[in-house]
Design a protein around this ligand. Sequence first.
Ligand code: ADP
Ligand code: MG
Length: 587
Amino acid sequence: MRRIIAMMGQAAGPYRPQWNRAVVITVFGALANGLTLVLLLPMVVSLLSGDTATGWWLVGAIAALMIAEGFLRVGELGFSYNLYPTLMEDIRLRLGEHLRRIPAEELALRRSGGLSTTLNQDVTNSMLSVSEVASLFLRLIVIPLGFVIALIVIDPRLLLGAILGAVVVAFTLARQNAVTARSQPAIARADAETADRIVEYVQGLPVLKAAGQVGDRSERLVAAMHAQGRALRASIDQASFALTGAAIGANLAVAGVVAVGASLVLGAELSPVMAAAVVVAAAGLAEPLARAAALTSVFEVAEAAMGRINDVLAIAPLPTPETPAVLTAHHIAFENVSFSYRGAVAPAIQDVSVNIPAGSLTAFVGPSGGGKTTMTRLIARFADPQQGRVLIGGTDIREVTERELMRHIAVVFQDVHLFDASIFDNVAMARPQASEQEVLDALEAANCGELLARLPDGAHTRVGEVGNQLSGGERQRVAIARALLKDAPIVLLDEPTSALDTESEVMVQEAIDRLVRDKTVVVIAHRLSTVVAADQIVVLDAGRVREIGDHTSLLASGGRYAAMWAAQTRARGWTLAQDALAHQTSV
Ligand code: ADP
Ligand code: MG
């Protein structure tokens, strides 16, 4: 009971007054309902015993109560209809706002299917179930309570008759509680698994088709759906057991009261009229009692859904400073930085110290998994390092707000995400106050001119309409236009790999050259030309900095970099070497 009340309080959130009003209306409805049943006793008694005046009064009172209850029900519904959508909207907005503030790495760790299940289904479940629980719960308390009091007034021995039935109901409910506590998490897991599989399947369909794996993967989806069905069927089996048990218990209670009443009548301790009245009222009680069984399973559904909502709300956002600093300079420094992904065995970055002077171009090179991407993510504060500090312009980036940090950084990563808006809007979002001409200039500078000329509505073509027609190089150029428009002093860049054809590559390279001019640039370099031209090359392997220097000095020192260089330029044409580079080791 305490859990139910706590849950209702949480569900109401900032809408407590409205919620309380809905509860009061429900309680009054239940009271009217209970009172109607209770008044049946004296009504029948007085009508049968010839006291017609009182009898008619009572008939009138019962009729009035029934009408009142009808209105209260309408009120209760009206309230729910108004309140629950608002509550759901409120929780969804809170969740959305929260997702915006949690570290990007935390989002990446979660499966998108699970998150969307929480925002959609869990919110709906929790709210609808809470409303149902509230209504059932209140009726369950009020109605039987009125009846019990009436029985005590008439003859407490009548209550004895109800004991066996009450025990059966209590036992069923207790068992149902235990069973649903186990089955609900199973259903939730099955739901989340299915949602994940659907996302995976839909997103991966083109790849699966190409690989001839459609049948294989859809088996996983089908298996998830079967498992979901099984979990649901099992819980329904359990629920029907509970409903049956509670109904039997309720009927037993009525029968018990009838039996005791009959024996009291035979012993001349109760008038037959009163006994008849008790039977009528007891029959009216059986129904709400039988519905009690639904309470626990609905409650478990709501509680589990709320638990998952709370899990998401419990993800800690990156700590923000009380008195935020502002960034005034743009040299970047890693000071003894170590970072481990959650659940990873080895740290992705170990005790790294690197200085990146303002206005320089620094290339991260090294084998795949060496920590290059992680380094750039730490600069953009997708996560905080467990040890050490990342500084920009001498300021620990944890001392500035996310907004301030992002004002200074433009990011072009390989997995370019374009929103389903126009290409123009996809670029303009980088600096919403930019003029139309500035956006078009950025697109032009990013070598998108020829692309826009080919699209039906030029820059105002929706990405969704042409999504698949945009090549990797074209998407990359739109992302570069975004970064160009933002014109941030720091540019983080994951260079395109050899996936681009030569012409595309030249165009992307030109766009990148315009982007990085006069900026502090950190580039995950896949091209020899970038590496050779870099002011500073950082060789990362297994999360550690192995070598730092420019191309000439690193070649001269004859270490890892020199070896990689030799392996990749040996006996190869320039183009081939570039391909090998991107495919094998991402120098
Ligand atoms: P690189 O970009 O040089 O290929 P990354 O920075 O992507 O290297 O990865 C460094 C290490 O961190 C690798 O061992 C990789 O498996 C691991 N790693 C990368 N991303 C995650 C993640 N989200 N969760 C756990 N481990 C990760
Ligand atoms: Mg990488």
